[in-house]
Each structure stands twice: as structure tokens, then as C-alpha cells.
Ligand binder design. Structure first.
Ligand code: KG4
Ligand code: ZN
Length: 393
């Protein structure tokens, strides 16, 4: 079975092809990610700009992925007027992509693909739609079923690349910490497909905090990898500035997070320091170290508290911030009584493969090109807050 997967929920255009053998083991045939450097100039992602970039990237990324998977067979063919009309309707709001897609479909024959998995939420709505409509167009012309995927579940399930060798009884229950640019959630996982959000950020996500702090320091976007690179090189060096930052909600009894106060503290420290010093290598090194330490401390402490309270066997990490080496190191040091699962750092950030893996585990939840929609605020499982609200009514 071959699964083609499409990810466009934020600013990475990702397409992967995953081959699943009869023994259910996975072979990655392709995992192509095209990032969008344009956002570096703005210190954050503008949804309409990201949508435009996805429109330009999707067809070349698909062509590359199919070539790598050896599934791209050139064969010139003409789409009939009805097909062209329907394709136009599907890609009505992505006119540029319509032209590229039509050309592609008239150049290559239907590949050996059984399912098309696509992220349908959560994420930036215009970005989600461009990926969904592209998937719908391919599904319509090639007559291949779609599998709608929750992006957060993708970040979790990419940890199950070698699932056929896992003894699932020894993995679950598990506590997943999903930390990305848009989310910071603690998710209790009884098994694959059974999730409960037990805590989440009340304001900024951890990745967003990295990004905003990096922006304030003039370091560029995305901030997480830049901050961690500087901080990791500086960790053990002596300090000149008193840059102790708060660890918001670290002692609260619940499992929620808050990172906007940390960002504000960084802003005040910058404001209250001589601008010449703020630009100095030493200040930036000490500040990035302080930011990373504060974020890592909160994430590790609250995750371990939750893991103990819910008596889980495993802590699972996912999302862009889980690429952070200091975070991984602290989990290894402090959470040694739990099994720890974290993806290859390259698979922590957004990519198509995580959607393909989630597609395999959700292969029974098929959708058609006629009924798939974006859900920008989609959640895994059911949240504690939502359950309380439901009970009230
Ligand atoms: O999961 P992801 O690729 O996209 C979203 O779903 O948001 O996560 C992107 C986030 C960005 O905020 C980025 O700064 C952060 O992950 N990030 C990191 C690192 N690599 C990426 N944060 C800390 N340390 C890293 N090494
Ligand atoms: Zn993500």
C-alpha cells in the first residue's frame, strides 16, 4: 500500500510517499519539504503570503516526491472538458495552482498510490485550504480516496514509524507533549487514536515565544533553531548580566501553560538595557540561554508532573520545539523513570511524512473530494474544557 501525504498547515509545503508492506512495516519512498524563506523578512508567518507560496510550491514538490518514489511516469494525456471544469471549481480560489495542476495531470499518468492523506486542521485556514483543494483535485482526477489528518496527531504519530516492532502494551498509557509554533498541549494517550488534552497554553505557544523573543533580539525567523544554536554554544560560559527570567505557571496545580509573560519580561529587559549592550554578542548569548532555559524548565517540569499524576509509561515528544536539544537532554536527565520517545529532529518540524504515518493509522476514516473541508481549530480527542461545557448543557 502506498500513501501520498500533503501538509500545508503553516509555512512548510510537505509531500511524502510512504510504502506500507504486508507486515505493516514502513518504507519512506520520499519526504520532500519546501520551506518558505520569505517569512524571514517579517519575523512571522502571514497566512495569505504563505498560501501564495504553497500555490507555487505544491506541484514542484509533488513532482519531486513522485520522482524520488519512482512513481512519476510521464504520459501525455488530455483532460476532458468535464474534468477541466470540475478541476477549475475545486481550485476556484487557487487559480495559479489550477494551471500548474492541470499541466501536471496532463504530463504524468496516475501513480501507484492507494490513499491521499492531507492535513485538514488545525492550522492557518488559507494554508489548510490550498493543501486540501490540491488533494481534492488529485483525488478527483486519479480516483483515489482521501484521509483527513489532524496535524497534531501527525506530530505524535511520527513517533510510531517502527510501530510493528513496538509492544504497544508497554507504550501506553502515554503523555504526549506537542510543542510547536501554534500549539503547546499535554495530551493523555490511552492508545493510538484515543487522546485527551489535559493541559495547554492559555496564550502564546512555546515555539511562538521562541519566535517572538528572537524577533525582539533581531535574530530572524524561525527563532527556535537560532536561539538554541546560540544558547547551546554558550551554556557553560560565565554570565555578566542578571538575566533571570520567570517560569510562568511552573508551580500551578493544573497542566496549562502561559508564555506571554515570559516574552514581556524579555521585552522589559531589552528596553531597560543600553541598546549598544543589547546588540552585543555577550548580551544576546546570555539572553538566548536564559530564554531557552526558562521555556525548557517549564515544559519539562509540567510534563513530568502530568506523567506522574496520570501514571503513564511513556513520554512522547512532538512538534517543532521538540527538535530542541536542550529540551531532549533535560527530559533524558529528569524523566528517566519513563520511556521517552522523540522523533528524529528532522521529523519534529512540519513535514509530509508525519501526515502519511497518521494516514496509515487513520486509513479507515476515508473522505471524498466532495466532502473534505478545512477545520482551522480542530482538536485531538476532546478537551477538558470542552467536556466541562458539554456536561453543563
Ligand atoms: O511544528 P512546527 O514545524 O510548525 C507548527 O506546527 O507550528 O513548529 C515550528 C516551531 C517554530 O516556532 C520554531 O521556532 C520551533 O518550532 N522550533 C524550535 C526548534 N526548531 C524549530 N524551537 C526550539 N528549538 C528548536 N531547535
Ligand atoms: Zn506543526
Amino acid at each position: 500500500m502506498n500513501i501520498l501525504a500533503i501538509e500545508t498547515s503553516c509555512d512548510d509545503t510537505g509531500i511524502a510517499v510512504l510504502q506500507v508492506s504486508s507486515s505493516s512495516s514502513f518504507k519512506v519512498l520520499a519526504n520532500v519539504v519546501s520551506s518558505q524563506p520569505i517569512h524571514q523578512n517579517y519575523g512571522g508567518v502571514f497566512p495569505m503570503m504563505a498560501k501564495r507560496e504553497h500555490q507555487a510550491n505544491l506541484v514542484p514538490v509533488l513532482a519531486r516526491a513522485l520522482k524520488l518514489a519512482k512513481l512519476a511516469n510521464p504520459k501525455s494525456q488530455i483532460l476532458n472538458p468535464k474534468q477541466i471544469q470540475t478541476l477549475k471549481e475545486i481550485l476556484e480560489k487557487e487559480s495559479k495552482l489550477f494551471e500548474f495542476t492541470k499541466d501536471f495531470l496532463e504530463t504524468y499518468e496516475k501513480p501507484n498510490i492507494d490513499y491521499i492523506a492531507v492535513t485538514h486542521g488545525p492550522g492557518l485556514e488559507p494554508c489548510l485550504w490550498v493543501g486540501i483543494n490540491f488533494a481534492r483535485a488529485l483525488s478527483y482526477i486519479w480516483d483515489i480516496p482521501l484521509i483527513p489528518i489532524n496535524h497534531i496527531e501527525g506530530h505524535i504519530l511520527v513517533n510510531f514509524m517502527k510501530h510493528e516492532t513496538h509492544n504497544m502494551k508497554q507504550v501506553f498509557p502515554a503523555m504526549a507533549l506537542v510543542v510547536s509554533g501554534g500549539h503547546t498541549q499535554l495530551i493523555l494517550m490511552k492508545k493510538i487514536g484515543k487522546y485527551e488534552i489535559i493541559g495547554e497554553t492559555r496564550d502564546d505557544a512555546a515555539g511562538e515565544c521562541f519566535d517572538k523573543c528572537a524577533n525582539m533580539l533581531g535574530l530572524g525567523y524561525p527563532g527556535g533553531p537560532i536561539i538554541s544554536k546560540i544558547a547551546d554554544n554558550y551554556k557553560l560560559k560565565p554570565r555578566s548580566y542578571n538575566l533571570v527570567l520567570p517560569r510562568p505557571m511552573i508551580h500551578s496545580k493544573d497542566y496549562d501553560f502561559s508564555f506571554s509573560g515570559l516574552k514581556t519580561s524579555v521585552l522589559y529587559k531589552i528596553r531597560d538595557t543600553d541598546p549598544k549592550i543589547v546588540k552585543s554578542k555577550k548580551f544576546i548569548s546570555e539572553m538566548t540561554t536564559a530564554i531557552q532555559d526558562a521555556i525548557v524548565d517549564v515544559l519539562v517540569k509540567k510534563t513530568i508532573n502530568a506523567a506522574k499524576a496520570y501514571k503513564v509509561k511513556t513520554i512522547i515528544l512532538g512538534g517543532g520545539v521538540s527538535a530542541n536539544q536542550e529540551l531532549r537532554k533535560q527530559f533524558k536527565l529528569q524523566a528517566s523513570s519513563f520511556k521517552l520517545q522523540a522523533p528524529d529532529p528532522k521529523l519534529s518540524t512540519d513535514n509530509g511524512l508525519m501526515i502519511a504515518v497518521a494516514g496509515y493509522f487513520n486509513r479507515n476514516k476515508k473522505a471524498t473530494w466532495k466532502n473534505l473541508v478545512a477545520e482551522a481549530n480542530l482538536r485531538v480527542g476532546q478537551s477538558r474544557h470542552a467536556r466541562k461545557t458539554l456536561q453543563k448543557h
